[in-house]
Design a protein around this ligand. Structure first.
Ligand SMILES: Cc1cc2nc3c(=O)[nH]c(=O)nc-3n(C[C@H](O)[C@H](O)[C@H](O)COP(=O)(O)OP(=O)(O)OC[C@H]3O[C@@H](n4cnc5c(N)ncnc54)[C@H](O)[C@@H]3O)c2cc1C
Length: 416
């Protein structure tokens, strides 16, 4: 009987010939690979030369934003056939590799893009009513409505479900004055990525009337909104994070996300977003591994290339094993989600495990590069530092482990 084999991409045409050992890339169509190739070329020629300098200065290279948006990556017309409309969404595997490609170059660039394409888009997709989506989604996809996800607070990170303290008070009738049906928000948000350049902030607040969490699109420049840049970060230095204060901020009822009526709806968003972070972790591991491999292939000690030493090769093999495991995890998770299977524990497991694999990989990469491993010029230092933020955001290791543990045992080990 003839044995059927999956179509293999040839090494020559492959985008990921070094880090994708089991050819997950063969799951992409030629059209998808073409779009990713365009992204690769942009990152290599326009972005890569700027990274070390902007990372050291703690600034985002704003000049990359417009050209990156113009690459039309979110719902590429050539893949969906409908410019900007997102009627036939691009396949999950393409979206995953898009994140992988960005993160393999730089974690801040991946986080910046995913703030819009993942966090904010998911907030609208899950939280907005059909009418609101019809109005906003096309503008989310073409970035003409830029938004951020404002959930974490100064006093609540892991325990945000119970601890969320920002309040929303509804004013109706004469109480609302000339604004009509309006909400008034008070509180503070911490760590919000990309807030300074967003048009709107998706703010989660607790309704004082029923105690439930609701969500609002707040104009960044609305009266009562104050943004402060968070200085002194040792990870993701290019990504700009803000501390936001909301002091009597008025938001019309029409700007409330009508499908968010409790924290359960927020949890549905987190479930979808965590798989993006797992792809980011896989991409960072791949980028660090490739940079380390380049370095040890070029540098000589004891009259031989570093790459020829047994102990160095063992570390290279472990790094490749980690990258291959991480990629296999995210590819399978994405396949499940494409079938409509979304479970908290699935994305929590992938985020937890890919982050562990990433953390070991960036440490090994830094190690084999020796002293130059702490220099931005050799690339691995940036990945090594940035991985720490990814390890902690969108659910720390412990919180994701507890979500998996709850599913495994039936016992919730969270306290509240
Ligand atoms: C760079 C960066 C970007 C971010 N971007 C955003 C954003 O755009 N929007 C947004 O809303 N948020 C954002 N965040 C916030 C992020 O999601 C939180 O940092 C994260 O949820 C962890 O919360 P925390 O930092 O307050 O840590 P804490 O909750 O204070 O946790 C501290 C430590 O205690 C552990 N811990 C807590 N509870 C338990 C428990 N029950 N059992 C065992 N261990 C426990 C944690 O695992 C962790 O190790 C960002 C964070 C960073 C660092």
């Amino acid at each position: 009987m003839p044995v059927e084999t999956a179509p293999q991409t040839t090494a020559q045409e492959r985008l990921y010939s070094v880090c994708d050992y089991y050819d997950a890339e063969s799951l992409l169509t030629d059209g998808e690979r073409k779009v990713l190739g365009r992204l690769r070329e942009f990152l290599d020629t326009q972005a890569r030369p700027l990274l070390a300098d902007y990372w050291e200065r703690g600034e985002f290279p704003d000049q990359l934003a417009r050209p990156l948006i113009d690459l039309d990556l979110m719902e590429p017309a050539e893949l969906t056939g409908v410019p900007g409309a997102g009627q036939t969404p691009a396949r999950g595997i393409y979206q995953g590799f898009r994140i992988f490609e960005l993160a393999r170059t730089d974690a801040s660039l991946a986080t910046w893009y995913t703030a819009q394409a993942g966090l904010f888009r998911t907030a609208i997709r899950v939280g907005a009513s059909a009418e609101q989506q019809a109005d906003w989604m096309p503008r989310v996809i073409d970035f003409s409505l830029k938004g951020v996800f404002s959930l974490t607070e100064p006093e609540s990170g892991s325990d945000i479900a119970g601890g969320l303290a920002t309040t929303a008070r509804r004013e109706k009738g004469c109480e609302a004055g000339p604004d009509g049906d309006t909400w008034v928000l008070d509180g503070a948000k911490r760590w919000i990525g990309g807030a300074a350049t967003a048009d709107v902030l998706a703010v989660f607040a607790r309704d004082v009337a029923d105690g439930q969490v609701k969500a609002f699109l707040v104009d960044r420049e609305a009266a009562g909104v104050t943004l402060e840049k968070i200085h002194g970060k040792t990870a993701l230095r290019m990504m700009q994070n803000a501390h936001i204060t909301l002091d009597g901020v008025r938001v019309p009822e029409a700007r409330r996300l009508h499908n968010v009526n409790s924290f359960r709806d927020v949890a549905a968003m987190l479930r979808a977003m965590r798989s993006d972070v797992a792809w980011i972790a896989a991409g960072i591991a791949a980028g660090a591994f490739e940079a380390a491999l380049r370095y040890v292939s070029g540098r000589r000690q004891f009259g031989r290339p570093l790459a020829s030493f047994q102990l160095v090769q063992e570390k290279l093999a472990r790094m490749l094993g980690n990258v291959t495991s991480a990629l296999s995890l995210v590819v399978r998770l994405t396949e499940q989600q494409e079938k409509g299977i979304y479970r908290d524990q699935d994305s929590a497991l992938a985020k937890m495990q890919t982050s562990l694999l990433m953390r070991e990989t960036v440490a090994l990469a830094r190690e084999v590069v020796g002293g130059n491993g702490i220099m931005l010029a050799a690339d691995v230092a940036r990945f090594h530092a940035d991985a720490e933020a990814v390890y902690s955001y969108e659910g720390t290791h412990e919180i994701n482990a507890l979500i998996v543990g709850r599913a495994l045992t039936g016992h919730s080990a969270f306290t509240h």
